[in-house]
Design a protein around this ligand. Structure first.
Ligand code: FPP
Length: 253
């Protein structure tokens, strides 16, 4: 007998056979860990710990659906202003995730890339980043972009500086700068723009996440708090995406 999750996946794959698209790239703003913990009278870090299990389910769900790129907002630049104990707990979770999951991710064909401002990361966090990127570098089923110390305005400014310096060095003229050359100096180079942006916990904001890249993404906001987000929620979002008509600013009828 099929579980409810299996039934939703089957429905999604039937739609694909009938010509529906699976999003190539899903980006997720994982929100609501703190509220999940508070509702249970637990410290905030317990919400983040539970959220890590939802990260595993999202990766499994993407592999099952054949999604090629998954970008997860794990720690924003603004998150550096949270209490030091919470930052320490999040960084510890990152190293635990790396140690516990890197081999399995590699076996499943997941390639992990960390995107964000690495200059602010501790030596220990940088070792974790190098370790997971190194172990998984041959993965060819799913690219998992983990956004850590990430801010989209920062990313855009850094890209602008890179291109300005290339102009000064005479490698480029300002007239050569176009969407392709700009995208090639963003952290996300190598991943197509997200087809689907999911935000959990019901907030209607993009929170400085992938501002350039989500220009034409479909947006799915769910009230589910991130620690409760499961494969079936991901498949539901993909089914809703299939029902949307993407026009990219054009008229289609
Ligand atoms: C937002 O919830 C979530 C975060 C700031 C952290 C996300 C981190 C994880 C899911 C776990 C670590 C992941 C990896 C890949 C190691 P919030 O704290 O802002 O929730 P609230 O709005 O309810 O307070």
């Amino acid at each position: 007998m099929l579980t409810e999750t299996g039934a939703i996946l089957e429905k999604l794959l039937e739609q694909v056979e009938a010509g529906g698209d699976v999003p190539r790239h899903i980006a997720i703003i994982m929100d609501g860990n703190g509220r999940w913990a508070r509702e249970r009278g637990l410290p905030r870090f317990m919400g983040h710990r539970e959220g890590m299990k939802a990260v595993r389910r999202a990766v499994t769900g993407c592999l099952e659906m054949g999604v090629e790129h998954l970008t997860l907002y794990a720690f924003s630049k603004e998150n550096w202003s949270r209490p030091p104990e919470e930052i320490a707990a999040l960084m510890k979770l990152l190293s635990e995730y790396v140690e516990r999951d890197k081999e399995e991710l590699a076996e499943k064909g997941v390639r992990v890339r960390v995107i964000g401002d690495r200059e602010l990361l501790s030596a220990a966090a940088l070792r974790s980043v190098a370790s997971i990127e190194g172990t998984t570098e041959r993965g060819d089923a799913l690219v998992l972009n983990l956004a850590i110390s990430y801010g989209s305005r920062d990313e855009i400014l850094a890209a602008t500086r890179t291109l300005a310096n290339r102009c000064i060095a005479g490698e480029l003229t300002p007239g050569d700068i176009d969407e392709t050359s700009f995208a090639s100096v963003l952290y996300t180079v190598g991943s197509p723009d997200p087809d689907l942006l999911i935000r959990t916990s019901g907030e209607m904001r993009v929170s400085n996440f992938l501002l350039w890249q989500i220009a034409y993404s479909e947006i799915h906001v769910t009230p589910v708090l991130w620690p409760d987000f499961g494969e079936s929620d991901l498949y539901e979002a993909a089914l809703e995406y299939q029902r949307r008509e993407r026009r990219f600013g054009r008229v289609t009828r």
